[in-house]
Design a binder for this molecule. Structure first.
Ligand SMILES: NC(=O)c1ccc[n+]([C@@H]2O[C@H](COP(=O)([O-])OP(=O)(O)OC[C@H]3O[C@@H](n4cnc5c(N)ncnc54)[C@H](OP(=O)(O)O)[C@@H]3O)[C@@H](O)[C@H]2O)c1
Length: 348
């Protein structure tokens, strides 16, 4: 390990879906100085449940704050050796909001930690959303060597735009200021506490589920497995500057996932939209949007189609090899836990 369990580690986005599991994983590994940044408006329930048994402000320090505040950033990065940066504008539809909460926040955090001069590694939680899959032939592997989306602004997806800019910023800080970083790119993180169906599988429209993807493997990673990969990325020696994709083994196809969901959670009226048709619809949407000068925003685009609905394979070989990660919860057990939670707490 590059640090000891007595060193300070910081988790941003600590009350979020993945962040709570990262905190739990650090505590299970014996870390005694885990600082959690929580926005004052955040729902702390999930985090408090995750750390139950470990004394808040003993092993775990819950610090209220916002990464948009430079003084909050200065305060939380003091003495910190490893930063696990998970906070992001995940639900933002507007580009400005996504940029503020993913990019400006990341800049503030890195700038503040540079002032203290004790940071050993910055683990940036990125996403599969940053990849461009455009030139990857149908059915081929998408791994860490895939290029990033070079026209993230035209993909009409604020989240993708902000995550690309966030990664670029971290790489730039490494080049110009010597920040040691690792980029973690999870696929679709799933598990109890997030009960929606990924858009890669389809979308609900007026009571009819449009099933997309068909036989495409879905790059799922169970939330606890994903959190463990992120934690390892902050600890392993010799991985500075590396990118790691996080996907589990035995990925179900979109069709298999939907079938299991219908059987185990609820019946759903669905209709399959073949690949050629979904591509054509994206193209038509894009054309109409351009022709109408944005009267209809370009919500569906061909770039988005290639990122989410083109047949692609995924691998976790590099993450296993270099981080020594294994997805501990097997896919069948992970899906079982997820479906039970969906049954008990239906998505709103
Ligand atoms: N979930 C996925 O499928 C997935 C896939 C790939 C990558 N990722 C990445 O993994 C990370 C965690 O995702 P998640 O699913 O856990 O998201 P999440 O549940 O939405 O958590 C994001 C957290 O960031 C916090 N946050 C947002 N803006 C902030 C700010 N200005 N200052 C301080 N905190 C702020 C939020 O606080 P509030 O609680 O106050 O809103 C929230 O706790 C993100 O970077 C995301 O891009 C997620």
């Amino acid at each position: 390990m590059i640090i000891s369990t007595d060193d300070h580690v910081l988790v941003t986005g600590a009350s979020g879906f993945v962040g709570t599991r990262v905190v739990r994983c650090l505590l299970d590994r014996g870390f005694r100085r885990v600082r959690c940044l929580v926005r004052p408006s955040s729902d702390r329930g999930r985090l408090e449940k995750a750390i139950a048994g470990d004394s808040p402000n003993g092993q775990v320090e819950l610090v209220p704050g916002n990464l948009l505040s430079r003084s909050n950033c200065e305060q939380i990065t003091r003495d910190v050796s490893v930063i696990y940066h998970l906070a992001a504008g995940t639900g933002s539809k507007s580009f400005a909001d996504a940029y503020l909460n993913s990019v400006v926040t990341t800049r503030n955090l890195i700038e503040a930690s540079l002032q203290h001069g004790c940071l050993r590694r910055f683990v940036n939680t990125s996403s599969f959303a940053v990849y461009s899959n455009r030139n990857n032939p149908w059915g081929r592997l998408l791994d860490e060597t895939a290029p990033m989306e070079d026209q993230s602004g035209t993909r009409a997806e604020a989240y993708c735009y902000a995550k690309v800019k966030q990664d670029e910023l971290v790489i730039e800080y490494s080049r110009t200021r010597g920040v040691h970083y690792v980029l973690m790119r999870p696929g679709v993180v799933f598990g109890p506490g997030k009960n929606s169906i990924s858009g890669r599988i389809g979308t609900d429209t007026f009571g009819l589920f449009l099933h997309l993807g068909g036989g495409n493997p879905i790059p799922l990673t169970y939330v606890e497995n994903c959190a463990e990969a992120i934690v390892l990325a902050g600890l392993k020696p010799g991985v500075d500057g590396e990118v790691f994709n996080v996907v589990d083994d035995n990925l179900p196809t979109s069709r298999q996932f939907l079938r299991m969901y219908k059987r185990q959670v609820r019946s759903l009226r669905s209709i399959y939209v073949p690949h050629a048709l979904s591509y054509l619809l994206c193209w038509l949407w894009e054309r109409y949007s351009a022709w109408s000068q944005g009267q209809l925003p370009p919500v569906f685009t061909r770039r988005e189609w290639t990122a989410y609905w083109k047949r692609t394979r995924y691998s976790n070989a590099k993450t296993r090899r270099m981080l020594g990660w294994v997805p501990r919860v097997p896919m069948d057990e992970a899906l079982k836990r997820f479906f039970i939670d969906c049954r008990e707490k239906p998505a709103t």
